[in-house]
Design a protein. Structure first.
Length: 224
């Protein structure tokens, strides 16, 4: 039985810059999981990345523009942008869980590429103590468990629920895993940054919300 206060989905990332595939994936998660609340969680200083291309204030501004343009009903959780030092997802989940209590259904939303790296995340086994995990497939990664760290694969098999029965199969406050097929193309923030660095603005026009591209050009982000 779904708690009366609803389902909360949390989509993290550097959003450097936010692009259409991010927004499409968020919409897919919201629809498939029956989310009542969708939160974007932009990272401040992600410990697995040596640097980010745009300052936190610009990444936040672009995310706000994108959500407004796409009319996507979502909130932005800014906690990691205001945290000193490296940011760890498990710490944010622990904070959010302490704020909402033990009963709400909380889902961490990730791509299949992130699932492949999950074993490198700080205290990754604790994630499922705090939330469930929904994984959206990408064409080049798929949703197969081949290639996963053995411990991650074992945990996924033990906690997996069928996506065909969504949203009903995802019903616990935390501890479940659901793999959701998605075909959102091969867009990545790194490829967009490379094209922008080369001045190929037309090449990224269909990859970004128009307001985000306008902001990037006005602020001269990702250019030499």
């Amino acid at each position: 039985m779904t708690p009366a206060f609803g389902r909360i989905g949390l989509l993290g990332g550097t959003f450097d810059p936010v692009h259409n595939a991010h927004l499409d994936l968020a919409g897919l998660f919201a629809q498939q999981l029956g989310l009542d609340t969708l939160r974007f969680l932009p990272a401040g200083s992600p410990w697995q990345k040596s640097s980010v291309g745009a300052p936190a204030a610009d990444r936040l501004a672009m995310l706000r523009l994108a959500l407004e343009e796409r009319m996507l009903a979502a909130d932005i959780d800014e906690r990691e942008l205001h945290r000193d030092g490296p940011t760890y997802t498990v710490d944010s989940l622990r904070e959010i869980r302490s704020e909402i209590g033990p009963e709400p259904l909380l889902v961490l939303l990730i791509g299949a590429d992130q699932l492949l790296r999950l074993h490198t995340w700080s205290r990754w086994p604790e994630l499922l103590d705090l939330a469930s995990v929904a994984v959206g497939g990408r064409p080049s990664f798929g949703l197969e468990l081949d290639g996963l760290d053995p411990e991650v694969a074992e945990l996924v098999r033990a906690r997996a629920v069928p996506h065909l029965d969504l949203p009903g199969s995802l019903r616990l406050p935390a501890g479940q895993v659901v793999l959701i097929p998605a075909d959102l193309g091969e867009t990545s923030s790194s490829s967009i940054r490379r094209l922008l660095n080369e001045g190929q603005f037309e090449a990224v026009r269909d990859l970004l919300p128009s307001s985000v591209l306008d902001y990037i050009r006005a602020k001269q982000l990702y250019t030499p």
